[in-house]
Design a binder for this molecule. Sequence first.
Ligand code: GDP
Length: 448
Amino acid sequence: MGKSTLFNRLTRSRRSLVGDEPGMTRDRIYGKASWEGRPYELVDTGGMLPGDAELIPEAIFRQAQTAIKAADAILFVVDGRSVLTSTDRQLAQLLHRTGKPVLLVVNKVDSDRQERLTDEFHELGLREVYGVSSEHGLGFQDLLEALAAHFPPEEAAEVEVAVTPADTGEEAVAAPLPVEVPEVRIAIVGRPNVGKSTLLNQLTGEERSIVSEVPGTTRDAVDALVVRDGRRYRFVDTAGIRRKGKTHLMAEKLSVVMARRHLEEADVALVMIDAGEGIVSSDATIAGYASESGKSVILVVNKWDLARSRGVKRQDFEQAVRDSFKFLAYAPVVFLTAKNGHGVPGLYQEITRVAAERRKRISTAQINRFLATVDFKRAGVPRAQQVRIYYISQVGIGPPCFVLFVDKARDLHFSYQRFLENQLRAAFNFRGTPIVLKTRVSGGKKKK
Ligand code: GDP
């Protein structure tokens, strides 16, 4: 499935492709769409090289030129499952030279691969890279938001967008689905008896939520889908969460294996700790996996009833958690008693917040206004290691990923990393999510 499906996603209509408008040709298709009440017009320049014995970038470009000239923005579509070709590169250059905003749309990408994707496709030199899955309707919210940023001021009646493919356009087969806010996928991880099943029951047993069981991604897995206040939450592998090992050792091992598997499927991990038992070494193992996974993390201190009845103070316990999991400094800590449901609504709020922060996008203008206020002398970097950061651009979400355009090809000193990360968090929050920082030599090629 290629560009046609993407086109349908954007216009939300299959009819636009069938095209009952006069003047439609095989290789140029118009569709009308709107984004937040703002109408815009899409021109699909695709399906343009029937024989495609040789994809000549100039020819593709020429054919699309009329549409490009009329357009306010260009969506350059490449296939996320294939490697970049020289056609892609040359076409990117030609499009870049038009001076129009060019958004690189990497199709056939699921959300997990966003980070790798931006890295790989960034070498095309296009600043705005968006991974989408037309088939699954993922990534469109962000793409459309970014696209809308290039719309001319409100008084202009209609906006035109040209969709230029790097793949040859196949016919659409799937019926279009509405573009949706992505659901939040949640993994509940922690050692045996910490209260995972109990918490899951609370999270899915609430009166004001609608719960359905849906097949999980891996074989035999069953997820629980919860719709709450109009938002969708998917708890991954509920059967796995409830599965218990027969012996203590087996249960312990199983919990670690499950944690790794569940983290892969999730956006947000609830790392559970038993306040009755305190923090033990396998908590640290699981928290370590959660941190390495790049997923957002909420540290959930459960069985707070037991600790409190012994007079433990919340502040003291939180400090112990912070000291044990220094690598998860960005993760909020939530206290609750799963057994009676205390603190569960608050946990839902935290999940929603953390999921939003993970997908937050800061505009290049905003981030560079921020950059101008940062005093890098305070980072305490040795002189020989200092670099100049010309500007910063956010190139990915889930987790947020930033490229720093610098003057020298060298690894960013860890003091810069830490300092800048703290400053970014102070300015833009990013609660619960790791932040990825990369450097690139400005004006030159990507550094190895
Ligand atoms: P799992 O192995 O992590 O799924 O843990 P379970 O959900 O099966 O819970 C293990 C035990 O802890 C059960 O006996 C629960 O009733 C108990 N438990 C769970 N949450 C709480 C809590 O908040 N307070 C107390 N006192 N006990 C809890």
